[in-house]
Ligand binder design. Structure first.
Ligand code: SF4
Length: 238
């Protein structure tokens, strides 16, 4: 699927209507909300093209993959099948499924391909707090209360650039690292795209490798940054 056809597939959805690849409740395993019971809403579609992406099944947005809700929720393997739901239907599914978490993580794919304001309006009115996990390559359209986690994707095959306005809006920068060059790349990005004074910066060792973890710990202590360790991978939960 080309970027152009992905963009037109995304644009074909009315505001407040979203292609949902997954909907489940678990514990947030990354970043500042680590340990927080959370509802994960995974949206379909992403043109960024990270080579290590572990959700490549969310990249394309083909109408032929649209499926009934029951079929999408019953998936046991990663699949590009998605169900189209509006904000009110998403909230109704939370209730139907008996979810107890009040924290909602909107991920992807790249959720910022969509205007998330209508979803935020419905969910916040029902008492939920939103968090978005984004690559920072799209304008962020959501409520002022949404916690925005930017995991900046630099020089990826999709050719998209991290936007200064996405960095400026971020509440948290969560940066995967394995080597010094990844920290240098983050420094260069922060010089080009400053973040707000209150923005939390977290380093996340890639694949729990010992060298990456040691480098992340050392750098976090030197810089007074946070460490994000992908707790869900240690615990082997979703
Ligand atoms: S931005 Fe996220 S979903 Fe998109 S390719 Fe990169 S890791 Fe995968």
């Amino acid at each position: 699927m080309t970027d152009l056809s992905l963009a037109s597939a995304v644009a074909s959805y009315a505001p407040g209507v979203y292609p949902v690849n997954e909907l489940f409740e678990t514990i947030q395993g990354e970043g500042i909300y680590t340990g927080q019971p959370s509802i994960f809403l995974r949206l379909q579609g992403c043109p960024v093209g990270c080579p290590w992406c572990d959700t490549q099944h969310t990249w394309a947005l083909e109408q032929s993959d649209a499926a009934p809700y029951g079929e999408v929720i019953a998936k046991t393997e990663p699949s590009p099948r998605f169900v189209v739901l509006n904000a009110a239907q998403i909230l109704a599914k939370f209730h139907e499924r008996g979810f107890t978490a009040k924290h909602v993580v909107i991920t992807g794919g790249e959720p910022c391909m969509y205007d998330l304001n209508p979803l935020a309006e419905v969910l916040e009115a029902a008492g939920y707090q939103l968090q978005i996990e984004t690559s920072g390559t799209f304008p962020i359209q959501t409520s002022a209360k949404t916690w925005v986690t930017v995991s900046p994707k630099l020089d990826m095959p999709g050719g998209l650039h991290v936007l200064p306005e996405a960095m400026a809006r971020a509440n948290e920068i969560k940066h995967p690292i394995a080597m010094e060059k990844h920290i240098e790349a983050l420094d260069a990005l922060l010089a080009r795209c400053p973040v707000a004074e209150h923005t939390v910066i977290a380093l996340q060792p890639i694949s729990q490798r010992p060298r990456a973890t040691e480098l992340a710990i050392k750098t976090c202590i030197e810089r007074n940054w946070r460490l994000s360790v992908q707790m869900h991978k240690y615990l082997a939960i979703e």
